[in-house]
Design a protein around this ligand. Sequence first.
Ligand SMILES: [Zn+2]
Ligand SMILES: [Zn+2]
Ligand SMILES: [Zn+2]
Ligand SMILES: [Zn+2]
Length: 249
Amino acid sequence: MHRVTRPVVYFLLSIILFCSPDLAFSQVRPNLGNSTRLMNSALAEMEKGNFEKANSYFRQIIENGLAIPPEMPYFFAETLFELGQYDNSAAFLNKYLEINGFRGDNYEKAKNLEAVLQSHLAAIAECRLCDRRGYRYEYCPTCHGDRQIQQTCSLCRQIGMVGCNKCMGTGIVKVRNIFNIVEYHDCDKCEGKGKVTCPKCEGTLTEKSDCRTCKGEGRLVTEELCNHQPSNNPRYFNGFEKLRNSLHP
Ligand SMILES: [Zn+2]
Ligand SMILES: [Zn+2]
Ligand SMILES: [Zn+2]
Ligand SMILES: [Zn+2]
């Protein structure tokens, strides 16, 4: 019975882990030998408290498309937890519980980890200094949190003029007189020039609009895990105070 179901479990795990948005996978190449060796190396590192090293062994299993041992998602989640990647940890823990249910060898431990994760996930959800995965925001280096800045006009490409839409840039409009004869006149909108002052920048060549670096968010996500405390580093985003001030001086 066990011999029949195990490969199926391996296969399912591979497929499900394959769909993880956080990791890029190549083709599944079942290779139990390598995968067992890496798993054992990872477990040995975990024993020693080297969670980063252990995590990298697990990643090798995933990234090389090796067969994924059924208990691996749990241990992988544990290393992610130790590394402070709570969102990712929860994702793999959920997969582990989904696949193994209460029959998993580490079911109890998994449920404990799930409970411990809750407070960390809640702290991330409440924090305004980090994104939903718990990575700290920094002020956008282009607009410094102002969201809207003076930048080159997006309509006229720094020419200050755009083609007249009444005469289609020809400077001439056709009019039929009362005898139904076509008359040609200089376009009154552009005074026959075919071009008008750019309506967006009024000829100043710049416009105040959403910063293109941060798409008007005023902040960008860093690679730094957040401790949900304001930072002394002026680079890091410290709430909306600065943004509010800049929008309403
Ligand atoms: Zn910006
Ligand atoms: Zn015109
Ligand atoms: Zn313009
Ligand atoms: Zn935070």
